[in-house]
Write a new protein. Structure first.
Length: 80
């Protein structure tokens, strides 16, 4: 599990610049049962397109790069 989380973090670091160019960012929160939980930061935090960015950018790339990732969800303070 620790290796998977490290690979998730490394992959997020690779794609972070796409979000940062619009003033946003993404933070890894946790990985459980194939689901990666992230927080959006900066301009992405309150952006109406945050969910689309998660599904169309972050989720697609993590699924390709990290074995076992089935979905990416926004962390909204729910218990994991």
């Amino acid at each position: 599990m620790e290796q998977v989380e490290k690979l998730i973090t490394q992959t997020l670091d690779k794609i972070r610049h796409f979000l940062q160019r619009d003033g946003g960012d993404v933070e890894f929160v946790s990985f459980k049962d194939g689901v990666v939980y992230v927080k959006m930061q900066g301009a992405c935090q309150d952006c109406a397109y945050a969910n689309a960015d998660i599904k169309e950018l972050v989720e697609v790339i993590l699924q390709e790069e990290v074995p076992g990732v089935t979905e990416v969800r926004l962390y909204e303070g729910q218990s994991l």
